[in-house]
Design a binder for this molecule. Sequence first.
Ligand code: FAD
Length: 434
Amino acid sequence: MAWDFETDPEFQEKLDWMKDFVREKVEPLGMLGIHPYDVKNPRRNALVRPLQQEVKDKGLWACHLGPELGGQGYGQVKLGLMNEILGGATFAPIVFGCQAPDTGNAEIIAHYGTPEQKERYLEPLLANEIVSAFSMTEPQGGSDPTNFVTRAELDGNHWKINGEKWFSTNGKWADFLIVMAVTDPEAQRHKRMSMFIVPVDTPGVEIVRNVGVYGQENGSESYVRYTDVRVPADHLLGEQGGAFAISQTRLGGGRVHHAMRTVGSCKRLLDMMSRRAVSRKTRTGTVADYQTVKMQIADSYIELEQFKLFVLKTAWMIDKYQDYLKVRKDIAAIKALMPKVYHDIAARCIHIHGSLGVSNEMPFVGNLIASMVMGIADGPTEVHKVTVAKQHLRDYKDVDDPMFPDYSLIHRREAARAMYDPMDELQEAVEAVE
Ligand SMILES: Cc1cc2nc3c(=O)[nH]c(=O)nc-3n(C[C@H](O)[C@H](O)[C@H](O)COP(=O)(O)OP(=O)(O)OC[C@H]3O[C@@H](n4cnc5c(N)ncnc54)[C@H](O)[C@@H]3O)c2cc1C
């Protein structure tokens, strides 16, 4: 019997250290107007590098990775508990070496890359000497990758890439982009595309503009145009035609990590909502005395606890099976649940703060937008719900009688009688003899 909701005391000590460290040293970095991914900014580096060193000294650097790649190999459950502390603090993932989209990019290079690709791109990425971007979505549509048209053609010993990509997060800070492009247009739908590592300074890579999510001052969602971009043949990542499988590896982990950090963001919102409720004075007490406010606090707590347990259970399953595909249904489910829980808690937090809540002196409207981002980035909620339903329905067969299915009371009574009536009759016969 192994259901256990307790954290080992030794790991709890690490979590306690993390909580204080993030609150005291890391959170203030988010107030200075510098960007966590701006790795070429000396001021950013002067502030971030010593903190990263402290994290390394504590054995908490890059915990999403196994020891062979310089991580701790803690697994997803511990990572979930850690990410709960990191979520919502802008600089925290970078200080702990587990920031998206670099985590996912590192994961696929580690998994599919050649030794040369690992040396040239993975090692500096893991050390946060460089950052990276994932260039998959196209301006004409992102939810259905089979619609992508960016093309890569073999030209001598180079691949030549042409096309446009949209919302390649951090393209403007990145040293390289991982680009998904059509290599085999005639192949079966899921074998048409391949992944490439494209250094951002390759001629023909043009950042058309850096789009901002609403409310962001400096956007870093890059709209990238690739015009006759030539990369050596060995910049193909994984197999030709293997982009779908690779992106599933990448996005599986990424979605879970987003969910883990979202637990942290929601927890912060609930804390702030609760502090406001117990301190905002009314004629007779505080707003926390109103039942309607209590309902909002209770709903937020209940939804957050459910979500957190679901995320941790999914993390546990990933640790158990070591295969994202086997946990596909639950990964899709927490991805679909995440924007709703986050949105509802952020909206209540705004509401309980009144005018201050909607003001630009509070972060909550940003949280509301972030909750909507969680429903779009890495695929919209609808697509994930369809995955949940498809995976769930796989375990079901159709019934023999669709009008009065076998679970109707009529059939069940009949079946029960067929089973027990003869026994009753037998019993009566025995009693009669006695
Ligand atoms: C902040 C942010 C960061 C991102 N970062 C990256 C990145 O780094 N790299 C990258 O490649 N992409 C990135 N994306 C893009 C993201 O993956 C796409 O936005 C997403 O896949 C949806 O594609 P779309 O925006 O083109 O919307 P569309 O595909 O146009 O979909 C719009 C809406 O149509 C509906 N819809 C679409 N398909 C279905 C369906 N099958 N069933 C039911 N309804 C459907 C949904 O309501 C959906 O929200 C990012 C997006 C955001 C918001």
